[in-house]
Write a protein that binds this ligand. Structure first.
Ligand code: GLC
Ligand code: MG
Length: 533
């Protein structure tokens, strides 16, 4: 089992840099802050750090509007700080993954400034310009992911440009070979600096329908949904030609040893797995967000795991995600007690897990009053904002949580109630659980790269085995996704509990059915009949 690569064996940890650690008192996290907190990641036991964007940006979408793909925004520090971070990350045996945002740039990027200057500008075709409809309106009915039309009229040249997100985020034209070449150069710029890979923003959006046909109406739209859900994104994303573009990015990355390409993709499982690419020449890991999207019940999750495992192409490596900077936090979605069960699930499934900063201490969404809203989506469509899942990390119980000396850019929540230092001292904390799970996973390849086998279970119980085919070492995982005690009957021989989510119990179990407490998960070893005395 030693032939697996670091991004297959390892665990990725997402840092939202604005909210991890501030080092200069401006209330906004920065690269030097991340560097000073690397001990936390080593103690936790993760393998790689993914940083959300740190590039120069007007911050209309907090860095997902890039004005220079080859620099560092002064808010976060400098290129020297990035180089120092790469060196320190590597010095601790970790990897560093950057966010790459190729679908769109900032409207302040020199490429777009040039493109919009005239219809004959040399970079005109680097972005997506179309004539108005006959009535002068937008060229088609496409909607922005943040609400409103996905087109903005530019009076200078009398055409509309396309933006899948904000007006300030014009979409690049990925049908133009010069754009692709420029973007491959960007990858090489960072790879040459020692970066270990990229998480690629909205990769399934890169290519749009050549004919710009209208999107069909979504028959399931309901009033609580955001504007974008009015239409099915049939022609604006997930086009067949996208795979050529991705293959080119992959080739650029493959010219370097041992790097990884991860794609952000919100699609149903059967479409998602297409992004492994023909002969696995797509992204190494198409992010699998289905644990976030599925209803939290044992039967639905069991079906999801089966469906996903069955859909993977031969050799395609699975991955699982419980949270990120665009989604309500797991502890808020399913409750604090179930979030511990979810952590055991995430860290014992086959494939690469990605942990979102703060979830290791069970952070929940911090309410952000509308007048303090930072997220542009919240400003456009109140109630849909992502600020509550992006609040600063509480490192200790002081009012500013050890995050900053200044005024935190988003509210801190209540650091006295939940923080890293207190949990580090508490042997049963959510942090202690994550450390125990990660240590176990590291010590036993069965849990990271071993085979997955579902085990029949009923009601709120979810059960499966993980097995190391080389050594035969096997773990049974039984999770109670409900608030009531539950009995697991399918026990054949004696079981030994290795780890409970409650962190209060281990050792050999009595014969007979296994009793799971409310909201409890267990990792067990199974002594088959032949092994019992
Ligand atoms: C991705 C990012 C999100 C951003 C959007 C536009 O979905 O995760 O935060 O707003 O792309 O770049
Ligand atoms: Mg700062």
């Amino acid at each position: 089992m030693t032939d697996h690569l670091w991004w297959q064996r390892g665990v990725v940890y997402q840092v939202y840099p604005r909210s991890f650690q501030d080092s200069d008192g401006d209330g906004i996290g920065d690269l030097e802050g991340v560097r000073r907190r690397l001990d936390h990641l080593v103690d936790l036991g993760v393998d790689a750090v993914w940083l959300s964007p740190i590039f120069p940006s007007p911050m209309a979408d907090f860095g997902y509007d890039v004005a220079d793909y080859c620099g560092v925004d002064p808010i976060f520090g400098s290129l020297d700080d990035l180089d120092r971070l790469v060196a320190d990350v590597h010095g601790r045996g970790l990897k560093l993954i950057l966010d790459f945002v190729p679908n769109h740039s900032s409207d302040q990027h020199p490429w777009f400034v040039e493109s919009r200057s005239s219809r004959t500008a040399s970079k005109r075709d680097w972005y997506i310009w179309r004539d108005p409809a006959p009535d002068g309106g937008p060229p088609n009915n496409w909607i922005s992911n943040f609400g409103g039309p996905a087109w903005t009229y530019d009076p200078v040249t009398g055409q509309y440009y396309h933006h899948a997100f904000l007006t300030e985020q014009p979409d690049l034209n990925w049908r133009n070979p010069e754009v692709r070449a420029a973007m491959a150069d960007v990858l090489r710029f960072w790879l040459d600096r020692g970066v270990d890979g990229f998480r690629v923003d909205v990769i399934w959006h890169l290519i749009k329908d050549a004919g710009f046909r209208d999107n069909p109406v979504n028959p399931h739209y309901c009033a609580e949904s955001p504007d974008i859900a009015r239409l099915l994104q049939l022609h604006s994303a997930d086009q067949p030609e996208v795979f050529d573009a991705i293959a080119e990015l992959r080739a650029a990355v493959d010219a370097y040893d041992d790097r990884v390409l991860i794609g952000e993709i919100y699609l149903p499982v059967e479409r998602l797995v297409a992004y492994y690419g023909a002969e696995l020449g797509g992204v190494h890991l198409p992010f699998n967000f289905h644990l976030i999207l599925a209803p939290w019940n044992a039967r639905a999750i069991a079906r999801l795991i089966e469906t996903y495992e069955a859909a993977l192409p031969p050799g395609g490596w699975p991955n699982w995600v419980l949270g990120n900077h665009d989604q309500s936090r797991v502890a808020s979605r399913i409750g604090a007690a179930q979030a511990r069960v979810a952590a055991m699930l995430l860290l014992t499934l086959r494939g690469t897990p990605t942990l979102y900063y703060g979830d290791e201490i069970g952070m929940s969404d911090v309410p952000v009053p509308h007048e303090l809203a930072q997220d542009p989506w919240e400003k456009n469509e109140p109630g849909h904002g992502r600020d509550p899942a992006r609040t600063p990390m509480p490192w200790n119980r002081s009012p500013k949580g050890g995050f900053t000396e200044g005024a935190p850019w988003l509210p801190m929540g209540d650091p006295a109630a939940l923080n890293v230092a207190d949990q580090a001292a508490d042997p049963r904390s959510t942090l202690a659980l994550h450390r125990a799970l990660l240590a176990l996973r590291r010590a036993h390849p069965a849990l990271s790269v071993g085979a997955y086998e579902s085990v029949p279970a009923e009601g709120d119980l979810l059960a499966y085995r993980r097995r190391d085919p080389t050594t035969g070492e096997t773990f049974l995982i039984v999770l109670n996704l409900g608030p009531d005690e539950a009995m697991f009957d399918a026990v054949d021989g004696r079981l030994t509990t290795v780890l409970s989510t409650h962190l209060d119990h281990s050792g050999t179990e009595p014969e007979g059915p296994l009793r799971l407490r409310p909201d409890e998960g267990r990792i067990l070893t199974h002594l088959g009949p032949s092994q019992v005395g």
